[in-house]
Design a protein around this ligand. Structure first.
Ligand code: PEP
Length: 261
């Protein structure tokens, strides 16, 4: 049987409380009709964590609870921060780290990203580590070098048993929120490259097992073709995850690919 896909919705800093409740309820209702093989993860703003953890803890829940960021520090005097211990105590299962918006606006370096990954792993939460190049870097033909460095500095420093509990999302920065998607061939080429780095360091079995997702203007129209690429294990979805109809279509695309394989 084909490897199940993973579809993660990153709401970013959107929605007021009522809208967030409404969005989760709609997604839950829509998914109730499905016997899903795809794993769905919802990552709202942290202030709404309980909305997703409440739903995700129900026996017939169709999704897992995720968040978008975590502190690099353990509990203590870090005003305004949210620790991995806190996420764990709320039964958060997944957490995005190193999103390009955090790298750009909040100065997150690979070193900080790695600290956050360890905080999450130590608290049994799956880090979804984002990597990707800028448009300038791609135009200069440096995309493999840039992504390779991000992977080497983070993923390749893990122990095999830590990598087993970690996911990667390749998100070319020029495709995030721009409506410009990487072509399926570009996505496949980069994901295969990332997998080859993992294979070199950890061996074939773990490389095949590791979840590598594509993110960047993935939508209801292009998801099927992207998810059909052999190395694309699913998607990290921003804008389209805020629209229940579109998000469901993306999940349907993942299901179609699993069933056809
Ligand atoms: C993201 O925020 O991770 C993302 C991929 O956004 P979008 O789908 O809107 O490009």
């Amino acid at each position: 049987m084909a490897k199940p896909k993973i579809v993660i919705g990153n709401w970013k800093m959107n929605k007021d409380f009522e809208e967030a409740e409404d969005l989760i309820t709609k997604i839950e209702e829509e998914l109730a009709d499905y016997q899903l093989q795809t794993e769905v993860v919802l990552c709202p703003p942290a202030v709404y964590a309980e909305l997703v953890t409440d739903h995700a803890s129900l026996e017939d829940s169709r999704f897992y609870a995720g968040l978008q960021n975590v502190s690099e520090f353990p509990n203590g005097a870090y005003t305004g921060e949210i620790s991995a211990e806190m996420l764990a105590s709320m039964d958060v299962d997944f957490c995005i780290v190193g999103h390009s918006e955090r790298r750009k606006f909040f100065g997150e370096t690979d070193e900080i990203v790695l600290k956050k990954m360890h905080r999450l792993l130590d608290n049994q939460i799956v880090p979804v580590m984002c990597c990707g190049e800028t448009l300038e870097e791609r135009k200069a033909g440096k995309h493999f070098e840039v992504v390779g460095k991000q992977i080497e500095a983070t993923i390749c420093t893990l122990k095999p048993e830590e990598l087993e509990r970690t996911m990667i999302a390749y998100e070319p920065i020029w495709a995030i929120g721009t409506g410009e998607t990487a072509t399926p061939a570009q996505a496949q080429e980069m994901l295969a490259f990332i997998r080859s780095l993992i294979e070199k360091k950890f061996g074939t079995e773990l490389a095949v097992y590791t979840y590598i997702l594509y993110g960047g203007s993935c939508n209801a129209k292009n998801a099927l073709e992207l998810f059909s690429q052999p190395d694309v294990d699913g998607g990290l979805i921003g804008g389209a995850s805020l629209k229940p109809e579109d998000f469901i279509k993306i999940i349907e695309a993942a299901e179609t690919v699993i069933k056809d394989n």
